[in-house]
Design a binder for this molecule. Structure first.
Ligand code: IPE
Ligand code: IPE
Ligand code: MG
Length: 246
């Protein structure tokens, strides 16, 4: 592969979703506390948001905290929530300047008051922005998201607003946190694990998956370009034959 791969500007993935993993191991391999890895990880988020915007990506979803991550030691959870709050406070001006629209997928209501209030403020302040959509997956779990959608549809059926036969893939998608958003074209996982960890199970049905050993704090603009270059070498067949999609 060339030093900085030359990307095809006509085949930039519209929606890139990233499982930002490896912060803890990054820190531990340096003899640091795991928390330092999360701190370094925030710097990566800032860089990758800027790079995604410059590369012409329309939607960037980042998995920042899963429904399962609540089971981590209380101090680690507290630190992550504090980092979320300070990230949002320090980035608001830049997000506004760069026309980024910040959204959240996940159980926002489960977040502690202070970060939740800042989150609401940033979402409201950037709601009309027309540039990059930055989707933060916070207290996000795909299974609970699917159950939430099923419950809403079931309620609509019970009340007679909806008939079971009217439930289509499209209608179901509209009831997910990502309703209205294009499915991810590319899912990147840093930190080397080959699993989805309850991330966008429905939405990633036909996403291209790219796994890198690089731990999240070391993931930079060049690595993002390499992931997109790798994506651009693939043929997305969606069940058809290679000849059919040529
Ligand atoms: C990802 O890094 C950040 C979150 C899950 C919040 P980890 O903290 O999972 O890092 P590793 O996987 O232990 O190295
Ligand atoms: C996935 O990473 C969740 C986030 C990146 C926020 P984890 O570190 O929690 O995943 P597992 O537990 O190793 O599958
Ligand atoms: Mg991990």
């Amino acid at each position: 592969m060339p030093e900085t791969p030359e990307l095809d500007p006509n085949n930039i993935p519209k929606h890139v979703a990233i499982i930002m993993d490896g912060n803890g191991r990054w820190a531990q391999s340096r003899g640091l506390m795991r928390l330092m890895g999360h701190k370094a990880g925030v710097e990566s988020v800032k860089k990758i948001v800027r790079a995604a915007d410059e590369l012409g990506i329309s939607i960037l979803t980042v998995y920042a905290f899963s429904t399962e991550n609540w089971k981590r030691p209380p101090l680690e959870v507290k630190t992550l929530m504090g980092l979320l709050q300070s990230y949002l406070e320090s980035e608001l001006a830049d997000l506004v300047k760069n026309n980024v629209s910040l959204r959240c997928i996940g159980e926002k209501e489960k977040l502690p008051d202070a970060p939740r209030q800042v989150l609401e403020k940033v979402i409201a302040t950037t709601a009309e922005n027309t540039g990059l959509i930055l989707n933060l997956a916070l207290s996000y779990g795909s299974r609970s998201e699917i159950i939430m959608a099923v419950k809403k549809l079931a309620e609509d059926c019970v009340s007679g607003r909806l008939q079971p036969d009217d439930i289509t893939e499209n209608l179901f998608s509209q009831h997910l946190y990502t309703g209205g958003l294009h499915d991810p074209d590319l899912v990147i996982r840093t930190g080397g694990e080959s699993r989805l960890s309850n991330f966008l199970l429905w939405q990633a049905s036909y996403s291209e998956i790219y796994i890198t050993e690089t731990k999240w704090p070391d993931f930079d603009r060049l690595q993002l370009i390499e992931a997109i270059y790798n994506y651009q070498q693939r043929q997305r067949r969606f069940g058809k034959t290679g000849e059919q999609v040529k």
